[in-house]
Design a protein around this ligand. Structure first.
Ligand code: PMP
Length: 437
Protein backbone atom coordinates (compact mmCIF):
# COMPACT_ATOMS: atom_id res chain seq x y z
CA UNK A 1 0.00 0.00 0.00
CA UNK A 2 1.60 3.22 -1.15
CA UNK A 3 -1.44 5.26 -0.28
CA UNK A 4 -0.24 6.38 3.14
CA UNK A 5 -3.32 8.22 4.36
CA UNK A 6 -6.61 8.36 2.48
CA UNK A 7 -7.00 11.98 1.50
CA UNK A 8 -9.85 14.17 2.62
CA UNK A 9 -11.07 16.40 -0.22
CA UNK A 10 -14.11 17.82 1.54
CA UNK A 11 -13.05 21.48 1.48
CA UNK A 12 -12.22 21.28 -2.23
CA UNK A 13 -15.62 19.72 -2.89
CA UNK A 14 -17.39 22.51 -0.99
CA UNK A 15 -15.40 25.22 -2.80
CA UNK A 16 -16.14 23.58 -6.15
CA UNK A 17 -19.88 23.48 -5.43
CA UNK A 18 -19.77 27.17 -4.54
CA UNK A 19 -17.76 27.97 -7.67
CA UNK A 20 -20.14 26.07 -9.94
CA UNK A 21 -22.92 28.49 -9.00
CA UNK A 22 -21.03 31.62 -10.02
CA UNK A 23 -18.27 30.62 -12.47
CA UNK A 24 -18.99 28.57 -15.64
CA UNK A 25 -17.92 25.02 -14.89
CA UNK A 26 -16.49 26.31 -11.61
CA UNK A 27 -13.18 27.31 -13.19
CA UNK A 28 -11.58 30.18 -15.07
CA UNK A 29 -9.89 27.94 -17.63
CA UNK A 30 -11.46 24.65 -18.79
CA UNK A 31 -8.86 21.93 -18.17
CA UNK A 32 -8.65 22.91 -14.50
CA UNK A 33 -12.05 21.29 -13.91
CA UNK A 34 -10.66 17.68 -14.08
CA UNK A 35 -13.60 16.82 -16.37
CA UNK A 36 -11.69 14.53 -18.68
CA UNK A 37 -10.47 12.45 -15.74
CA UNK A 38 -13.93 12.33 -14.19
CA UNK A 39 -13.02 13.93 -10.87
CA UNK A 40 -13.69 17.08 -8.91
CA UNK A 41 -10.85 19.60 -9.06
CA UNK A 42 -8.72 20.20 -6.00
CA UNK A 43 -8.59 23.83 -4.92
CA UNK A 44 -5.04 24.99 -4.28
CA UNK A 45 -4.28 27.13 -1.27
CA UNK A 46 -0.53 27.66 -1.67
CA UNK A 47 2.68 26.51 -3.28
CA UNK A 48 6.25 26.18 -2.13
CA UNK A 49 9.12 24.97 -4.30
CA UNK A 50 8.11 21.78 -6.10
CA UNK A 51 5.02 21.34 -3.90
CA UNK A 52 1.47 22.60 -3.80
CA UNK A 53 -1.07 22.31 -1.00
CA UNK A 54 -4.82 22.07 -1.40
CA UNK A 55 -7.62 23.58 0.67
CA UNK A 56 -7.79 20.41 2.81
CA UNK A 57 -4.08 20.57 3.55
CA UNK A 58 -3.08 17.71 1.23
CA UNK A 59 0.33 18.17 -0.36
CA UNK A 60 1.40 17.27 -3.88
CA UNK A 61 4.53 17.25 -5.97
CA UNK A 62 3.47 19.62 -8.73
CA UNK A 63 4.15 18.74 -12.37
CA UNK A 64 1.76 21.32 -13.79
CA UNK A 65 3.73 24.37 -12.63
CA UNK A 66 0.89 26.70 -13.63
CA UNK A 67 1.01 25.01 -17.07
CA UNK A 68 4.62 25.88 -17.74
CA UNK A 69 5.69 29.23 -16.28
CA UNK A 70 7.10 27.98 -12.98
CA UNK A 71 10.47 26.68 -14.10
CA UNK A 72 11.82 27.85 -10.71
CA UNK A 73 9.00 26.23 -8.75
CA UNK A 74 6.61 28.11 -6.49
CA UNK A 75 7.58 31.29 -4.67
CA UNK A 76 11.25 31.24 -5.61
CA UNK A 77 12.96 33.63 -3.15
CA UNK A 78 14.64 35.70 -5.89
CA UNK A 79 11.33 36.26 -7.68
CA UNK A 80 9.45 37.03 -4.48
CA UNK A 81 12.07 39.54 -3.32
CA UNK A 82 12.00 41.31 -6.67
CA UNK A 83 8.20 41.47 -6.61
CA UNK A 84 8.13 42.78 -3.03
CA UNK A 85 10.63 45.48 -3.93
CA UNK A 86 8.62 46.41 -6.99
CA UNK A 87 5.45 46.75 -4.93
CA UNK A 88 7.15 48.82 -2.23
CA UNK A 89 9.17 51.09 -4.50
CA UNK A 90 7.60 51.19 -7.96
CA UNK A 91 3.91 50.38 -8.28
CA UNK A 92 1.73 48.08 -10.32
CA UNK A 93 1.01 49.92 -13.54
CA UNK A 94 1.39 53.30 -15.22
CA UNK A 95 0.42 52.82 -18.83
CA UNK A 96 3.62 54.73 -19.58
CA UNK A 97 7.00 53.30 -20.53
CA UNK A 98 9.37 52.11 -17.82
CA UNK A 99 13.01 51.07 -17.80
CA UNK A 100 11.94 47.61 -16.62
CA UNK A 101 10.36 46.96 -20.03
CA UNK A 102 13.65 47.77 -21.74
CA UNK A 103 15.43 45.32 -19.45
CA UNK A 104 13.09 42.41 -20.18
CA UNK A 105 13.01 43.21 -23.92
CA UNK A 106 16.81 43.27 -24.01
CA UNK A 107 16.96 39.92 -22.21
CA UNK A 108 14.57 38.40 -24.74
CA UNK A 109 16.49 39.84 -27.70
CA UNK A 110 19.72 38.50 -26.27
CA UNK A 111 18.29 35.05 -25.58
CA UNK A 112 16.26 34.30 -28.70
CA UNK A 113 18.42 34.47 -31.80
CA UNK A 114 15.65 35.30 -34.30
CA UNK A 115 14.31 38.22 -32.28
CA UNK A 116 15.64 41.72 -33.07
CA UNK A 117 12.65 43.53 -31.60
CA UNK A 118 9.91 42.43 -29.25
CA UNK A 119 6.50 43.70 -28.13
CA UNK A 120 5.17 42.68 -24.69
CA UNK A 121 1.54 41.64 -24.24
CA UNK A 122 -0.39 39.95 -21.41
CA UNK A 123 -0.91 36.35 -22.52
CA UNK A 124 0.05 33.73 -25.05
CA UNK A 125 -3.30 34.21 -26.75
CA UNK A 126 -2.53 37.87 -27.36
CA UNK A 127 0.95 37.01 -28.61
CA UNK A 128 -0.23 34.58 -31.30
CA UNK A 129 -3.20 36.71 -32.33
CA UNK A 130 -0.96 39.76 -32.72
CA UNK A 131 1.83 37.88 -34.50
CA UNK A 132 -0.63 36.58 -37.08
CA UNK A 133 -2.16 40.01 -37.60
CA UNK A 134 1.34 41.29 -38.20
CA UNK A 135 2.14 38.45 -40.60
CA UNK A 136 -1.00 39.27 -42.59
CA UNK A 137 -0.29 42.97 -42.52
CA UNK A 138 3.29 42.44 -43.59
CA UNK A 139 2.63 39.99 -46.43
CA UNK A 140 -0.71 41.40 -47.56
CA UNK A 141 -2.04 37.81 -47.58
CA UNK A 142 -4.94 36.32 -45.60
CA UNK A 143 -4.47 32.59 -45.24
CA UNK A 144 -2.62 30.92 -42.43
CA UNK A 145 -1.64 27.31 -41.81
CA UNK A 146 -1.89 25.65 -38.41
CA UNK A 147 -1.38 22.04 -37.43
CA UNK A 148 -4.08 19.76 -36.11
CA UNK A 149 -3.74 19.36 -32.35
CA UNK A 150 -1.57 22.44 -31.88
CA UNK A 151 -2.99 25.09 -29.57
CA UNK A 152 -2.22 28.75 -30.06
CA UNK A 153 -4.63 30.41 -27.64
CA UNK A 154 -8.31 31.05 -28.13
CA UNK A 155 -8.56 33.62 -30.92
CA UNK A 156 -11.47 32.69 -33.24
CA UNK A 157 -9.41 31.82 -36.29
CA UNK A 158 -7.00 29.67 -34.23
CA UNK A 159 -9.61 27.65 -32.34
CA UNK A 160 -9.94 25.27 -35.24
CA UNK A 161 -8.88 21.68 -34.68
CA UNK A 162 -7.05 23.00 -31.64
CA UNK A 163 -5.28 21.06 -28.94
CA UNK A 164 -5.17 21.46 -25.14
CA UNK A 165 -8.55 21.79 -23.41
CA UNK A 166 -10.34 22.18 -26.72
CA UNK A 167 -9.11 18.72 -27.69
CA UNK A 168 -9.54 17.16 -24.25
CA UNK A 169 -13.09 18.40 -23.85
CA UNK A 170 -14.24 17.32 -27.27
CA UNK A 171 -14.62 20.75 -28.88
CA UNK A 172 -11.48 21.23 -30.95
CA UNK A 173 -13.50 23.58 -33.14
CA UNK A 174 -15.61 25.79 -30.91
CA UNK A 175 -19.17 26.95 -31.57
CA UNK A 176 -19.42 30.74 -31.67
CA UNK A 177 -16.86 31.08 -34.43
CA UNK A 178 -18.44 32.45 -37.60
CA UNK A 179 -17.56 30.50 -40.77
CA UNK A 180 -15.91 33.69 -42.03
CA UNK A 181 -13.31 33.48 -39.27
CA UNK A 182 -12.36 29.95 -40.23
CA UNK A 183 -12.12 30.23 -44.02
CA UNK A 184 -8.58 31.52 -43.98
CA UNK A 185 -7.26 28.86 -41.60
CA UNK A 186 -5.79 25.84 -43.35
CA UNK A 187 -5.19 22.74 -41.23
CA UNK A 188 -2.15 20.53 -41.81
CA UNK A 189 -0.76 17.43 -40.11
CA UNK A 190 2.11 17.89 -37.70
CA UNK A 191 5.34 16.19 -38.84
CA UNK A 192 3.92 15.71 -42.35
CA UNK A 193 5.97 17.70 -44.85
CA UNK A 194 4.42 16.02 -47.89
CA UNK A 195 0.96 17.16 -46.83
CA UNK A 196 2.24 20.68 -46.32
CA UNK A 197 3.91 20.65 -49.73
CA UNK A 198 0.54 19.84 -51.31
CA UNK A 199 -1.10 22.71 -49.46
CA UNK A 200 1.58 25.14 -50.61
CA UNK A 201 1.33 23.94 -54.22
CA UNK A 202 -2.35 24.82 -54.19
CA UNK A 203 -2.43 27.96 -52.07
CA UNK A 204 1.14 28.96 -51.28
CA UNK A 205 0.85 32.40 -52.89
CA UNK A 206 -2.01 33.28 -50.52
CA UNK A 207 -0.44 31.98 -47.30
CA UNK A 208 0.69 34.72 -44.95
CA UNK A 209 2.19 32.41 -42.36
CA UNK A 210 2.60 28.94 -40.94
CA UNK A 211 2.29 28.86 -37.16
CA UNK A 212 3.66 25.86 -35.29
CA UNK A 213 4.52 24.64 -31.82
CA UNK A 214 8.11 23.58 -32.68
CA UNK A 215 7.75 20.92 -29.99
CA UNK A 216 4.07 20.31 -29.33
CA UNK A 217 2.78 20.40 -25.79
CA UNK A 218 -0.92 20.74 -26.40
CA UNK A 219 -1.67 17.29 -27.82
CA UNK A 220 0.82 15.92 -25.36
CA UNK A 221 4.53 16.28 -26.02
CA UNK A 222 5.58 15.50 -29.58
CA UNK A 223 9.06 16.35 -30.84
CA UNK A 224 9.52 17.53 -34.41
CA UNK A 225 10.63 14.70 -36.71
CA UNK A 226 14.14 15.16 -38.12
CA UNK A 227 13.88 17.59 -41.04
CA UNK A 228 10.34 18.77 -40.25
CA UNK A 229 11.25 22.24 -38.97
CA UNK A 230 13.90 22.67 -41.70
CA UNK A 231 11.23 21.74 -44.24
CA UNK A 232 8.86 24.34 -42.81
CA UNK A 233 11.60 26.93 -43.02
CA UNK A 234 12.39 26.12 -46.65
CA UNK A 235 8.81 25.92 -47.82
CA UNK A 236 7.73 29.19 -46.24
CA UNK A 237 10.83 30.98 -47.57
CA UNK A 238 10.18 29.67 -51.07
CA UNK A 239 6.64 31.02 -51.10
CA UNK A 240 7.32 34.28 -49.28
CA UNK A 241 5.24 33.20 -46.29
CA UNK A 242 6.36 33.85 -42.73
CA UNK A 243 7.30 31.07 -40.34
CA UNK A 244 5.97 31.68 -36.84
CA UNK A 245 7.24 29.61 -33.95
CA UNK A 246 4.74 29.57 -31.12
CA UNK A 247 7.23 29.21 -28.29
CA UNK A 248 4.77 30.21 -25.57
CA UNK A 249 5.48 26.84 -23.96
CA UNK A 250 8.93 25.94 -25.34
CA UNK A 251 10.53 29.38 -25.00
CA UNK A 252 13.11 29.39 -22.17
CA UNK A 253 11.87 25.84 -21.45
CA UNK A 254 13.59 23.39 -23.82
CA UNK A 255 16.64 25.69 -23.96
CA UNK A 256 17.29 29.26 -22.83
CA UNK A 257 16.91 30.32 -26.46
CA UNK A 258 13.87 28.07 -26.98
CA UNK A 259 13.25 25.34 -29.54
CA UNK A 260 14.80 27.51 -32.24
CA UNK A 261 18.11 27.28 -30.41
CA UNK A 262 17.74 23.56 -29.76
CA UNK A 263 16.99 22.73 -33.40
CA UNK A 264 18.94 25.55 -35.05
CA UNK A 265 16.05 27.04 -37.03
CA UNK A 266 15.39 30.76 -37.53
CA UNK A 267 11.70 31.63 -37.68
CA UNK A 268 10.51 35.05 -38.87
CA UNK A 269 8.37 35.65 -35.81
CA UNK A 270 8.28 34.06 -32.37
CA UNK A 271 5.52 34.04 -29.76
CA UNK A 272 6.46 33.83 -26.10
CA UNK A 273 4.60 33.64 -22.80
CA UNK A 274 4.60 31.54 -19.63
CA UNK A 275 8.24 31.57 -18.37
CA UNK A 276 8.94 35.17 -19.45
CA UNK A 277 6.24 36.24 -16.98
CA UNK A 278 7.68 34.19 -14.11
CA UNK A 279 4.13 33.29 -13.01
CA UNK A 280 2.55 36.65 -13.76
CA UNK A 281 0.66 37.48 -16.96
CA UNK A 282 3.15 38.25 -19.74
CA UNK A 283 3.24 37.30 -23.41
CA UNK A 284 5.43 38.61 -26.19
CA UNK A 285 5.93 38.47 -29.92
CA UNK A 286 9.07 39.39 -31.72
CA UNK A 287 11.23 38.77 -34.73
CA UNK A 288 13.02 40.41 -37.59
CA UNK A 289 13.36 44.18 -37.28
CA UNK A 290 11.93 44.78 -40.73
CA UNK A 291 8.74 42.95 -39.80
CA UNK A 292 8.42 44.21 -36.23
CA UNK A 293 8.74 47.82 -37.38
CA UNK A 294 5.35 47.41 -39.03
CA UNK A 295 3.78 47.33 -35.55
CA UNK A 296 2.02 50.50 -34.36
CA UNK A 297 3.15 53.19 -33.61
CA UNK A 298 6.28 52.68 -35.76
CA UNK A 299 4.08 51.02 -38.42
CA UNK A 300 0.41 50.63 -39.31
CA UNK A 301 -0.44 47.20 -37.79
CA UNK A 302 -2.38 48.01 -34.65
CA UNK A 303 -1.95 46.26 -31.32
CA UNK A 304 -2.19 47.71 -27.81
CA UNK A 305 -2.73 46.87 -24.13
CA UNK A 306 -3.61 48.79 -20.94
CA UNK A 307 -1.49 46.56 -18.72
CA UNK A 308 1.09 45.45 -21.30
CA UNK A 309 4.60 45.47 -19.86
CA UNK A 310 3.39 46.45 -16.40
CA UNK A 311 6.20 46.68 -13.85
CA UNK A 312 5.02 43.86 -11.61
CA UNK A 313 4.70 41.25 -14.35
CA UNK A 314 7.90 42.36 -16.05
CA UNK A 315 9.77 42.20 -12.74
CA UNK A 316 8.76 38.56 -12.23
CA UNK A 317 9.96 37.78 -15.74
CA UNK A 318 13.30 39.51 -15.30
CA UNK A 319 13.93 37.81 -11.95
CA UNK A 320 13.14 34.40 -13.47
CA UNK A 321 15.42 34.89 -16.46
CA UNK A 322 18.21 36.11 -14.16
CA UNK A 323 18.23 32.69 -12.54
CA UNK A 324 17.75 30.48 -15.58
CA UNK A 325 20.37 32.19 -17.73
CA UNK A 326 23.06 30.99 -15.33
CA UNK A 327 25.36 28.19 -16.49
CA UNK A 328 24.27 24.63 -15.78
CA UNK A 329 20.55 25.29 -15.46
CA UNK A 330 19.43 23.44 -18.58
CA UNK A 331 21.93 20.64 -17.96
CA UNK A 332 20.39 20.15 -14.52
CA UNK A 333 16.86 20.17 -15.97
CA UNK A 334 17.91 17.66 -18.62
CA UNK A 335 19.40 15.35 -16.01
CA UNK A 336 16.49 15.43 -13.61
CA UNK A 337 13.94 15.09 -16.41
CA UNK A 338 15.87 12.17 -17.87
CA UNK A 339 15.93 10.50 -14.45
CA UNK A 340 12.19 10.96 -14.06
CA UNK A 341 11.46 9.67 -17.55
CA UNK A 342 13.57 6.55 -17.14
CA UNK A 343 12.03 5.88 -13.72
CA UNK A 344 8.56 6.17 -15.20
CA UNK A 345 9.45 3.94 -18.15
CA UNK A 346 10.74 1.30 -15.77
CA UNK A 347 7.64 1.51 -13.57
CA UNK A 348 5.41 1.20 -16.64
CA UNK A 349 7.40 -1.82 -17.81
CA UNK A 350 7.04 -3.55 -14.43
CA UNK A 351 3.28 -3.05 -14.56
CA UNK A 352 3.06 -4.27 -18.15
CA UNK A 353 1.69 -0.91 -19.24
CA UNK A 354 2.15 -0.06 -22.90
CA UNK A 355 3.16 3.58 -22.96
CA UNK A 356 4.94 5.99 -25.25
CA UNK A 357 7.08 8.35 -23.20
CA UNK A 358 7.91 11.48 -25.16
CA UNK A 359 10.28 14.04 -23.69
CA UNK A 360 12.13 17.11 -24.84
CA UNK A 361 14.14 18.59 -21.99
CA UNK A 362 11.87 19.30 -19.03
CA UNK A 363 8.64 18.70 -21.02
CA UNK A 364 7.40 15.11 -20.66
CA UNK A 365 4.34 13.14 -21.61
CA UNK A 366 3.35 9.56 -20.98
CA UNK A 367 0.87 8.46 -23.65
CA UNK A 368 -1.07 5.32 -22.83
CA UNK A 369 -0.58 3.73 -26.22
CA UNK A 370 1.69 1.15 -27.81
CA UNK A 371 2.10 3.40 -30.85
CA UNK A 372 4.86 5.85 -31.50
CA UNK A 373 3.17 9.24 -30.97
CA UNK A 374 4.26 11.61 -33.71
CA UNK A 375 1.10 13.48 -34.70
CA UNK A 376 -2.52 14.10 -33.77
CA UNK A 377 -3.82 10.77 -35.08
CA UNK A 378 -1.29 8.72 -33.14
CA UNK A 379 -1.85 10.83 -30.00
CA UNK A 380 -5.53 9.95 -30.29
CA UNK A 381 -4.76 6.22 -30.02
CA UNK A 382 -4.09 6.82 -26.31
CA UNK A 383 -6.30 5.04 -23.84
CA UNK A 384 -7.71 8.03 -21.93
CA UNK A 385 -9.54 5.80 -19.43
CA UNK A 386 -6.18 4.36 -18.41
CA UNK A 387 -4.74 7.86 -18.16
CA UNK A 388 -7.65 8.91 -15.95
CA UNK A 389 -7.06 5.96 -13.62
CA UNK A 390 -3.34 6.72 -13.55
CA UNK A 391 -3.98 10.39 -12.83
CA UNK A 392 -6.34 9.57 -9.95
CA UNK A 393 -3.93 7.09 -8.39
CA UNK A 394 -1.08 9.60 -8.65
CA UNK A 395 -3.20 12.36 -7.13
CA UNK A 396 -4.17 10.15 -4.22
CA UNK A 397 -0.50 9.50 -3.56
CA UNK A 398 0.41 13.15 -3.68
CA UNK A 399 1.53 13.70 -7.25
CA UNK A 400 -0.27 16.42 -9.20
CA UNK A 401 -0.17 15.80 -12.95
CA UNK A 402 -2.05 17.58 -15.72
CA UNK A 403 -5.66 16.35 -15.56
CA UNK A 404 -5.56 15.33 -19.22
CA UNK A 405 -3.68 12.86 -21.38
CA UNK A 406 -3.00 15.59 -23.93
CA UNK A 407 -0.81 17.90 -21.87
CA UNK A 408 2.83 18.09 -20.84
CA UNK A 409 4.32 17.49 -17.42
CA UNK A 410 6.86 20.16 -16.50
CA UNK A 411 9.92 19.72 -14.35
CA UNK A 412 11.32 22.69 -12.44
CA UNK A 413 14.77 23.45 -11.09
CA UNK A 414 13.59 22.55 -7.59
CA UNK A 415 12.33 19.07 -8.47
CA UNK A 416 15.18 17.06 -6.96
CA UNK A 417 16.04 13.40 -6.40
CA UNK A 418 13.61 13.13 -3.47
CA UNK A 419 10.67 14.29 -5.57
CA UNK A 420 11.68 12.08 -8.48
CA UNK A 421 11.97 8.97 -6.28
CA UNK A 422 8.61 9.65 -4.68
CA UNK A 423 7.00 10.18 -8.06
CA UNK A 424 8.42 6.97 -9.51
CA UNK A 425 7.35 5.05 -6.42
CA UNK A 426 3.82 6.40 -6.78
CA UNK A 427 3.89 5.56 -10.48
CA UNK A 428 4.73 1.90 -9.82
CA UNK A 429 1.43 1.54 -8.04
CA UNK A 430 -0.50 3.85 -10.39
CA UNK A 431 0.49 2.06 -13.60
CA UNK A 432 -0.80 -1.18 -12.06
CA UNK A 433 -4.07 0.53 -11.16
CA UNK A 434 -4.33 1.94 -14.70
CA UNK A 435 -3.85 -1.51 -16.21
CA UNK A 436 -7.01 -2.69 -14.45
CA UNK A 437 -8.97 -0.30 -16.73
N1 PMP B 1 0.43 28.90 -27.39
C1 PMP B 1 0.85 27.79 -26.76
C2 PMP B 1 1.86 26.90 -27.42
C3 PMP B 1 0.35 27.49 -25.49
O1 PMP B 1 0.77 26.38 -24.88
C4 PMP B 1 -0.59 28.36 -24.90
C5 PMP B 1 -1.18 28.08 -23.53
N2 PMP B 1 -1.03 26.85 -23.00
C6 PMP B 1 -1.00 29.49 -25.60
C7 PMP B 1 -0.46 29.74 -26.84
C8 PMP B 1 -1.98 30.45 -25.01
O2 PMP B 1 -1.43 31.12 -23.94
P1 PMP B 1 -2.36 31.80 -22.83
O3 PMP B 1 -3.07 30.69 -22.14
O4 PMP B 1 -1.41 32.55 -21.97
O5 PMP B 1 -3.30 32.70 -23.55
Amino acid sequence: GFLKVPKDFSKSVALYEEALKIIPGGVNSPVRAFKSVGLNPVFISRGEGAHIYDADGNSYIDYVGSWGPLILGHRHPHVIEALERCLREVGTSFGAPTELENILAAMVVEAVHSIDMVRLVNSGTEATMSALRLARGYTGRNKIVKFEGCYHGHADFLLIKAGSGALTLGTPTSPGIPPGSAVNTIIANYNDLDGLNEIFKLEGEDIAAVIVEPVTGNMGVIPPAPGFLEGLRNLTSTYGSLLIFDEVMTGFRVAYGGAQQLYGITPDLTCLGKIIGGGLPVGAYGGKREIMERVSPSGPVYQAGTLSGNPLAVTAGIATLEIIRQPGVYEQLEQSSQALASGLAEAAGEAGAEVCLNRVGSMLCCFFTGQDVKDYASACTSNTAQYAAFFKAMLEQGVYLAPSQFEAAFMSLVHGDGEIDETVEAARHSFKTAMEK
